[in-house]
Design a protein around this ligand. Structure first.
Ligand code: PLP
Length: 418
């Protein structure tokens, strides 16, 4: 195992992310430290990207930085050729500092502070969303050359986290908004929507794409030439379950020959599965002993970990049904009673000093974490296999655009860029 300059542990041939975690735990134990830590498995991140390319080949992902802005995630996705969805000056500045080109950024927030719009303008970030007249007036003052994308509200009733009550223009107001943009001399280039996070019904995407089509038609009548469709986020972190429906709807409403560029803003999809948390059992408490009733365990315990909902598991505050592996009766470290990780899960007894590994914790965890009660954010160690690292190096340093002598998996990446 070697440690690369850019902060990635390169695993030698027989090593794995799990073995890395074991070693790290032993190392911490030997130093009398029990600090929680996360491991970012870059192989998993890259696999998610390859899966995206094969399931949704027409759609260029603009990763939603808000979901997890860990630098290694951003650097890797930049190397793989994704764009970035930024929600603020801070996010724009972070990705620009990593070498992302301004044309690979969409400022996808419809209610922007004026100073942030001016910053985007100064940096050459032109693509940005809007959903009402006041925002148009702000943009005309702060970034008159912006390429605007009209965000519409869509039916998000089949998603866990709904956004359309807060953002998005109603379909019947889009004509008026486009007329206003024309009066202000602004360029509107397309339509966006967000179906809500963790969408459970593929048909919701279909309807939203059909709605976007109707706005394209209205725009044409008003003299606009739209060229961009942005289908937002909302994809599950584990799979691309809706690809058939989405691809079918795109073929029907925005066929390839239409020349419309299709992008998306996935967050959860990319960030969730590559991250594993290792947290330490810092306390335990017996709450029930020797019930001697059928179906009831002999001892019921409560465990207290040194990371919780104010830290790496912040997403649990919004998602009480979240399924982690393992799940058990455990609390986070702070004094707050809402710092509960999960309850009613039976496992073999744990002891103070034991470590628990929790998978799939990368989305909206560390990015929303705090240092409440003085508990520091967990360190993140990035790991990658030797093989993937060399493939990546090829793509980053040998200029992917011109790369022809490459392995099959790299060819796949080449296709994406061209
Ligand atoms: N785009 C916008 C504008 C968002 O508000 C969000 C999430 O809130 C995302 C993209 C990412 O969504 P998800 O993580 O569901 O893919």
């Amino acid at each position: 195992m070697t440690f690369d300059k850019c902060g990635v542990y390169i695993l030698d041939n027989e090593s794995t992310a799990t073995r890395f975690i074991d070693k790290k735990i032993k190392e911490l134990d030997s130093m009398d430290s029990e600090e929680p830590f996360q491991v970012l498995n870059l192989d998993t991140l890259i696999q998610m990207h390859l899966k995206w390319l094969s399931y949704l080949p027409r759609i260029k992902p603009f990763y939603a930085v808000k979901c997890n802005s860990t630098e290694t995630v951003l650097r890797t996705l930049n190397a793989l050729g994704t764009g970035f969805d930024c929600a603020s000056k801070g996010e724009i500045s972070q990705v620009l500092s990593l070498g992302v080109k301004p044309e690979n950024i969409i400022y996808a927030h419809t209610t922007k502070p004026q100073s942030h719009i001016k910053y985007a303008c100064a940096q050459g970030v032109n693509l940005m969303t809007f959903d009402d007249e006041e925002e148009l007036r702000k943009v005309s003052r702060c970034h008159p050359k912006a390429k605007l994308v009209l965000r519409i509200a869509v039916d998000d009733s089949s998603s866990f986290y709904r956004l359309s009550s807060k953002f998005g223009a109603g379909l019947n107001s889009t004509g008026r908004l486009l007329e206003c943009a024309a009066e202000l001399g602004l360029e509107v280039v397309g339509v966006s929507f967000h179906i809500g996070s963790k969408c459970t019904q593929s048909l919701a995407f279909r309807q939203a794409i059909a709605d976007a089509r109707s706005v394209f038609d209205t725009a044409k009548l008003l003299g606009f030439q739209f060229s961009l469709l942005d289908i937002g986020g909302g994809f599950s972190g584990i799979d691309v379950p809706f690809s058939e429906v989405i691809n079918g709807a795109l073929d029907e409403y925005f066929p390839f020959e239409s020349g419309v560029q299709v992008i998306a803003e996935p967050g959860w999809y990319y960030a969730e599965s590559p991250f594993t948390l290792a947290a330490n059992v810092i306390a335990k408490r017996l709450i029930m002993e020797d019930m001697r009733k059928e179906g009831v365990p002999e001892r019921l315990m409560m465990y207290y970990l040194n990371d919780g909902v104010y830290g790496s598991l912040n997403f649990l505050l919004r998602d009480l049904n979240y399924h982690m592996i393992p799940i058990l009766f455990i609390w986070g470290p702070t004094c707050d009673c809402i710092d509960k990780i999960v309850d009613n899960y039976l496992i073999p007894e744990l002891h103070v000093g034991d470590w628990l590994l929790i998978d799939n914790i990368g989305a909206y965890g560390i990015s929303m974490s705090t240092e409440f009660n003085g508990f520091k954010r967990s360190n993140i160690y990035s790991v990658v296999t030797n093989e993937t690292w060399h493939t990546l190096k090829l793509s980053v340093f040998l200029s992917l655009y011109k790369c022809v002598m490459v392995s099959d998996s790299c060819k796949h990446l080449v296709c994406f860029f061209t």
